[in-house]
Design a protein around this ligand. Structure first.
Ligand code: ADP
Ligand code: MG
Length: 284
């Protein structure tokens, strides 16, 4: 493409709220075979809400809120919103355990909130396991709340897909692209959401530091675009042939992306593709 065509292409993108950092990026988009999506804040709204509490609600929320006060995770925000009328005790010795949850000392006891991976030494009985899987199949993220190695309850949190995600995925699949979800969340939850929006492949339970490795692996089958919004997504955005960041994302995600979607609408991934095709005059 001529420099003029490139300017026209990126200019058109900008008008649609698709910021393309340079002409090279616009060309790369054309050759993408696989689109990999982060889940939270990318496919979903990123505004999780507590939907179910199992156990003594007041007690469960009190302990969970005491811990989540010190966390910046979206799940923490959901729990604190639900617990806003409850006076939570102060926690000390707060620790965030990557990909698993949080722990701290509350009222002299070792308190924790997190997923089953956090519970190495804690037994989950059959009834609770059943309740957990049922909630996860409803696309709800489940965290356990515990004190001194005993589970006192369970909190289910739902983060609904954005209204346009399903249509966006369908359009990409119609164009022959492979779609993959890459997430730190649990496999069952991830699968339920993927099914909802039509994504074929799910890579779940991924630690934040491992996202880029998965992108690299997928690159064995052709060029990869990664779409994400979080701090954790920056290495994957950089590793991908085309990094696409949500405009609502963290500064570091936006800096790492070659394309920024200002409307946070996944349908704009297909629009960027179309723009590239037109700019480079390639009919496929
Ligand atoms: P993602 O951003 O894709 O949800 P994370 O690695 O941030 O992935 O979190 C993975 C999982 O770790 C969460 O789904 C949750 O089960 C658990 N977790 C992480 N942080 C917290 C927290 N502050 N409170 C409760 N659970 C947490
Ligand atoms: Mg995210």
């Amino acid at each position: 493409a001529t420099p003029t065509a490139l300017m026209v292409g990126t200019g058109r993108g900008a008008k649609m709220g698709i910021l393309i950092k340079n002409g090279e990026v616009l060309e790369e988009v054309n050759d993408v075979k696989t689109v990999v999506f982060d889940k939270t804040g990318t496919i979903t709204k990123g505004k999780p809400e507590v939907t179910d509490i199992i156990g003594n609600e007041n007690q469960v929320l009190k302990i969970a809120a005491a811990l989540e006060e010190s966390s910046e995770h979206p799940l923490a925000t959901a729990i604190l919103n639900r617990a806003k009328d409850i006076a939570a005790p102060k926690a000390s010795d707060f620790k965030a355990i990557e990909g698993k949850g949080v722990s701290a000392v509350v009222d002299g006891k070792n308190a924790f909130v997190g997923n089953d991976k956090l519970l190495d030494d804690v037994k989950i009985d059959d009834d609770l396991t059943y309740k957990m899987t049922r909630l996860q199949d409803e696309a709800k993220t489940v965290v356990f709340v515990g004190l001194d190695n005993k589970i006192i309850g369970l909190i289910a949190i739902q983060d609904a897909p954005k209204e346009t995600s399903k249509e966006a995925i369908a359009t990409l699949k119609n164009r022959g692209l492979r779609t993959v979800m890459l997430t730190g969340d649990n496999q069952r939850v991830a699968k339920a959401i993927a099914k909802d929006v039509g994504i074929d492949e799910v890579i779940a339970d991924v630690l934040p530091g491992d996202k880029a490795d998965h992108v690299e692996d997928l690159q064995k089958n052709g060029k990869v675009a990664f779409v994400g919004d979080g701090i954790n997504d920056a290495p994957a955005l950089t590793m991908a042939d085309v990094g696409i960041a949500m405009g609502s994302g963290t500064d570091i995600a936006i800096e790492s992306g070659g394309i920024v979607l200002m409307k946070n609408d996944l349908r704009d991934v297909a629009k960027a593709l179309e723009l590239s095709r037109k700019t480079f005059n390639r009919i496929k």
